[in-house]
Design a protein around this ligand. Structure first.
Ligand code: ATP
Ligand code: MG
Length: 230
């Protein structure tokens, strides 16, 4: 369990008056009407709430994968809600690490190349001192030449965590990263994820339905009726 002090830390995420609706032929779902919040650099936050509360929608908005109907989102001083597609993709590559429930590794690349993929896109060397430490913390040294199909679920998720953290993004977003794992493996992955996040004092927002998983993070926010109870 981590206990990092973020007192006096700068604001990393600032969301102001977010409205997000989904409309289809027959109706409109309002997920957020007027949502505002900030997250300080170095905070690790578990995001909980009922199914359909809008947790994944919120991560997609923060990661710039989707746009709000109105309102602004700034990450590390960059207003992503004003960005066009090209600069937004570049921003995402450089500032965001995303971890999904389904791992989303590239099947044709071995673990080593999956981990270095975003680094290479960012023009960084494939490995450095930091990535070697990351691989060691995540206990992946013996699995680097394996392809995703040759890895267990927990191993694939650890590779996905290494990939998300390898280029030292300022913000990590994780959507139910242990949702597919048995309890023991989920705890191991969470322990290693928190150690890996601590290496670079990264900011982490992690969606989970498990109170046990939430205990690994500094604080828990509950999403209810479009508002965050912190
Ligand atoms: N692309 C979409 N089109 C229409 N409605 C959507 C879309 N994506 C999400 N929704 C709706 O928005 C609401 C919030 O969905 P979201 O996926 O964010 O919930 P969640 O909190 O992540 O739920 P879960 O815990 O089940 O993953 C739900 O009512 C969902 O049906
Ligand atoms: Mg979801």
């Amino acid at each position: 369990m981590t206990n990092r002090c973020t007192q006096g830390a700068r604001k990393l995420i600032s969301a102001s008056q977010i409205r997000k609706t989904y409309t289809d032929a027959s109706n409109t779902i309002t997920v957020f009407d007027d949502l505002s919040f900030t997250v300080k650099a170095g905070e690790t936050i578990a995001l909980m709430g009922e199914s359909g509360a809008g947790k994944s929608t919120l991560l997609h908005l923060l990661g710039g994968f989707d746009q709000p109907d109105s309102g602004t989102i700034s990450i590390d001083g960059h207003t992503i809600t004003d960005m066009k597609d090209g600069p937004l993709s570049r921003f995402r590559r450089q500032h965001l690490g995303m971890i999904f429930q389904q791992y989303n590794l590239i099947p044709s690349l071995c673990a080593r190349d999956n981990i270095s993929f975003v680094r290479r896109l960012n023009g960084l060397c494939a490995e450095d001192e930091f990535t070697r430490e990351l691989i060691s913390v995540l206990k992946l040294e013996q699995r680097l030449d394996h392809y995703p199909a040759q890895l267990s679920g927990g191993e694939q998720q650890r590779v996905a965590i290494a990939r998300a953290l390898a280029s030292r993004p300022s913000m990590i977003l994780a959507d139910e990263p242990t949702g597919n794992l048995d309890e023991r493996t989920a705890n191991q992955v969470m322990e290693q994820l928190m150690q890996a996040v601590a290496l670079h004092n990264s900011t982490l927002l992690l969606v989970t339905h498990s109170a046990q998983t939430a205990d690994y993070l500094n604080s828990t926010w509950h999403l209810e009726q479009g508002q965050l109870q912190c």
